[in-house]
Design a protein around this ligand. Structure first.
Ligand code: PLP
Length: 356
């Protein structure tokens, strides 16, 4: 079986570990361990009788729920079959520009969509300066005929860019796409979403996903926030019912589940801190500060070897970073899980790295 280029490939991990897939403790996919919310599951069950009807192609109820959630008119929001579907539409849009500046290391699906439409890609690497990732876009290059694609908080580094640091790019680039798949994890008083300014910038597209925060990767629900003319055009490009009835109902329930949202914001900071401190105490490992529900860790040892040993001896799966060519074999990424699972990972890492 081929090495996966995405987290969460349990069949591959189970084959290596010699155990059933559900025995693997998965730190490779950056999905909240608290979900899915019961409210979302109940909403799915309540809609089973409606499977005999087509969904509303305008997704009016879902758009209204999103419109309340983000305080935006519904026509500024387009739900999709995961943010991956919307990324495909974005790839087509970006390919019409002279080039797209892509901040790297980048989520692998950006390469897929840009390549699918033969977009011209200009990679712009983040630099790691004294343990902090920084973004420098060459001010000398012409940008008003180009797009910019970045993600915030950034996967895989966990770096959060302030809203103010992104705003100047909106004046420079023809189109700016900010993928905020992990922004929900940032508590409301600290978040740096560009949603509050989207109505001021017709060249801004924001992508959100219910996959990570609500732990619903199998449901496929994401949405784009952008100027209504752009979203209406994308609606004409795609099939009429990309979001199924169950996903639409679950999304409405999840967005209204303030208790689940509060629980998540209460869980993450102490659990992430516990994992960060534990990793920092292991000789040869250097975790990096993260605003998201995962940590990128620099390792003195080969991380593919570490990954194989954790699987073989502890049935634990971490995400190697081989698919991020800028990171290679000296970095791995782990999701933050509940404290007992985090402790299991720390104990296993200590044991593997000390050769015990
Ligand atoms: C940065 C980023 N954006 C988008 C996605 C895709 O999310 P979805 O499940 O909504 O397609 C992922 C999933 O790994 C991701 O890491």
């Amino acid at each position: 079986m081929r090495q996966p280029a995405h987290g969460g490939n349990l069949a591959w991990a189970a084959a290596l570990a010699g155990c059933p897939p559900d025995a693997i403790l998965d730190f490779s996919a950056s999905i909240s361990p608290l979900g899915p919310p019961n409210s979302a599951i109940a909403a799915i069950l309540s809609q089973l009788g409606n499977l005999k009807h087509y969904p509303d192609p305008n997704y009016s109820e879902l758009r209204l729920a999103l419109s309340h959630f983000h305080q935006l008119p519904p026509e500024w929001i387009l739900p999709g079959n995961g943010s991956a579907e919307l990324l495909t539409l974005i790839g087509r849009e970006l390919a019409q520009l002279a080039a797209t500046t892509l901040i790297t290391p980048a989520f692998g699906d950006y390469y897929r969509t840009l390549a699918a439409y033969n977009a011209n890609v200009l990679e712009c690497p983040l630099s790691l300066v004294t343990g902090h990732w920084s973004l420098f876009i060459d001010k000398g290059q012409r940008t008003n005929d180009k797009g910019l694609l970045l993600n915030n908080p950034h996967n895989p580094t966990g770096k959060i860019f302030s809203r103010d640091s992104i705003l100047p790019y909106l004046e420079q680039f023809a189109l700016v796409v900010v993928d905020e798949a992990f922004m929900d994890f940032v508590p409301p008083n600290e978040e740096q979403s560009l949603i509050p300014v989207v109505q001021e910038y017709p060249n801004l597209v924001i992508l959100r996903s219910l996959t990570k925060f609500y732990s619903l990767p199998g449901l496929r629900l994401g949405y784009a926030i952008a100027h209504p003319d752009c979203l209406a055009k994308w609606q004409r490009w795609r099939d009429p019912w990309p979001v199924n009835t169950l996903a639409a109902a679950a999304a409405i329930a999840a967005l209204q589940d303030t208790e689940f949202q509060q629980q998540t914001w209460a869980w993450l900071p102490p659990a992430r801190n516990q994992l960060f401190q534990g990793l920092a105490e292991i000789p040869g490992l250097q975790p990096q500060i993260s605003a998201a529900n995962f940590l990128l860790v620099e390792s003195e040892e080969s991380t593919s070897q570490l990954q194989h040993q954790l699987l073989k001896y502890h049935q634990i799966l971490i995400r190697d970073c081989l698919s991020f060519k800028e990171l290679g074999d000296r970095f791995f990424r782990v999701a933050v899980r509940e404290e007992s699972d985090n402790q299991r990972l720390l104990t296993a890492l200590n044991s593997v790295l000390s050769g015990k």
